[in-house]
Design a protein around this ligand. Structure first.
Ligand code: AMP
Length: 282
């Protein structure tokens, strides 16, 4: 395995060669600090593609002022080792200087889907995500790109981006990998203090509570949301950004759950922002 020294030009050259192979190229875009959630995407890519590209880039334009760009975990050496062990063909280490050189002007905005949920609390976040994903997909032009359901709104945004801009890449969604206590794996979990860590699964528990209530006959989305919010507000040190029960495709809030829906939430615990979601259905 090589880490790209030659930047975008080198990545482009390799990907162009590899695309011609029978099962082509799978791209796993990440911000590094790789964990088993990321590696499940790599494994899916390994299973389906001849060549696997992992990109590692902490994308500055998806962080707002005062967010955790500076303290976002960075563990490059360990990441490269994990990629090597997993049979990754190349790790594309993008740099902000090359991705956004002076005079950079173009941004991609996916409308509607990005105004609510995390978009309401992180203005500009999805503009940054859509822009970097569009750039990575253009650089690598993979047959398949892998994204986690853990970031559910992001996954829907990427699906729309790819469809709306007629990109020739299949978006493959992979299920959320969790710790044994239910906490969704996230690079940000490393920022949790030992005191806060045991409380972190409260978000997953709240989502499970909504799922269980729905199963026992409660179809009012408002009631499910109130229940989730109350259970989270009982946990000390937790601030709730939002909880929601939405249509799994449009992300619009529901009044009544009648078929497939998704329960989502975002909380702040000891200064760390955690998100999670769970598919729920009648
Ligand atoms: P990130 O490095 O946090 O930007 O994540 C890179 C990719 O890994 C995104 O598509 C995420 O949705 C996915 N991912 C992050 N955490 C998990 C997880 N616990 N399970 C599955 N996929 C994940």
């Amino acid at each position: 395995m090589t880490a790209t020294a030659g930047g975008i030009a080198e990545m482009r050259r390799l990907a162009r060669e590899w695309r011609a192979e029978a099962r082509g190229v799978g791209l796993v875009p990440t911000m590094g600090a790789l964990h088993d959630g990321h590696m499940s995407l790599v494994q899916a890519a390994r299973d389906q593609s001849d060549r696997v590209v992992v990109s590692i880039f902490v994308n500055p334009i998806q962080f707002g002022p005062g967010e955790d760009y500076d303290r976002y975990p960075r563990t490059l050496e360990a990441d490269l080792e994990r990629c090597q062990a997993a049979g990754v063909d190349v790790v594309f280490l993008a740099t902000a200087a090359e991705m956004y050189p002076p005079g950079y002007h173009t941004h991609v905005v996916v409308e509607d889907l990005t105004t609510g949920l995390c978009g309401a609390f992180r203005p500009g976040h999805f503009r940054g995500v859509a822009t970097v994903v569009a750039k990575l997909l253009h650089i690598v032009a993979p047959q398949r790109a892998y994204f986690g359901e853990k970031d559910y709104q992001q996954l829907q945004v990427v699906r729309h981006l790819v469809a709306d801009l007629n990109m020739d890449t299949e978006v493959v969604a992979c299920p959320t990998v969790r710790e044994s206590d239910g906490l969704a794996l996230s690079s940000r979990n490393a920022l949790l203090t030992p005191e806060a860590r045991p409380r972190a699964p409260c978000l997953y528990r709240a989502l499970c509570r909504a799922r269980d209530l729905l199963r026992s006959g409660e179809r009012s989305a408002t009631a499910l949301q109130s229940e989730m919010r109350e259970s989270l507000e009982r946990v000390s040190g937790v601030g709730v950004d939002y909880v929601a029960v939405v249509d799994s495709r449009t992300l619009e809030r529901l009044d009544l759950v009648e078929g497939e829906a998704v329960a989502l939430g975002a909380i702040r615990l000891a200064g760390v922002r955690l998100i999670d979601n769970l598919r729920i259905s009648v």
